[in-house]
Design a protein. Sequence first.
Length: 415
Amino acid sequence: MVEDQQQLKDQEVMVAELTKIKPGVKYNIMVDDPTPGKSYEISYVGQVPPPNPYYEEPPEELIPASFPPAYQNSNNEGVEGLLTGRKCGNCQFFEAESGNCSKWNAIARNYYWCAAWKTMEPVIAQPNQFTSFIDQTTDSGTELYNFFLENVKDPISQEPNLSNLLTALDGLFSTYGAYIYGDALRRMVDSGNAYDFDNVPLNLFFTTQEDFLNAIEFVNNGGLVEFDTPTDQYDSVQQHLCTYTLSKKTSSTLPMNYPQSLTINLHGSFIGEPINILSQMDFVNGKIAYNPSRHVLLDSRFMLNESRGSIQIDLVKPSVRERILKFLNDNSKPYFLTNSAAARFKQWVADRSFTSESWQELYNYLLTIAVLSSTDQQLLTLIQNTLGEELIDNPSYTEIPLVSNSVAVADAGDV
């Protein structure tokens, strides 16, 4: 009886000591008991961290764990350091194409803010190793001059109709020198119809900071007369991105088949020569631009990649994961990554695979597949599972095994 009481006291001491175990430290626990077949269940319940908070505004998603506690809605009042006009959308760490914050390596909402906010300045785009692939023309004697006249037409009348769509936005082009570029324009070429662009936003860039800021004031003040003055208003200060939803007026003179609403994005991250601005884009598939003065810009690799449904990546940015996922999810036809794009993405994931189980699962799966495609739902799910997790800045290089599957289709002009 005395011996049993002593064993009980010994167990109580052991449990008391276990509650003091420090997280991250490995312990070897030995139980001296001669009783055959007897086992002990030893467990430690540490301090459970609080769950990550959710956004209070729709969509009510989980806030990425990498953001600091100071990350909050920029409309909050009485916050130290938060002054009028400060938000992620005009912070130097924000990337307009994806919404990625390079400071915290997570997707931010452009109207949020944190104490790391820093004033952004527009970057004057410079030529790079991909500039030479971009053809441009304002000369009627060249093939590109008639590119949109030949490839984008009304499906019934077969009359070119890109100018019909853009006429309602003419002030942005004729007065402020805007260029429409990227995804919507790519979809118009794919469908062959300016009005068939899956209702994605129309992306516009500007060649000078002054034109960009004046364009903001122009839209704010109802300068697009065929549309109601937008409820979204932006300060006329430098921004990465200003998104306006334009609703057609009931008194509009636009034709009946004109969209009832348009979303336009005014991009201000880069200014300078249009050819250099396009050179800063990550995907070859987005390197297409147009100003109604008939200035056409098109990457020489664009049409081949689009005809094959392949995604070619020139620049791997911190938002490459989100950009690939969006492209694979949001298109009306299947796409796959080219050899070089798949290799770069695999390496990018490999270098971060040690940070969590989700990253490791994605990396392991990438080693087993030959093609990274929008038809691979498991791939899309595994990429999705890594969203919101903290990314490591400048991770060490991880060597990928030599024996792994690769895409069997040759790249289009890869460099």
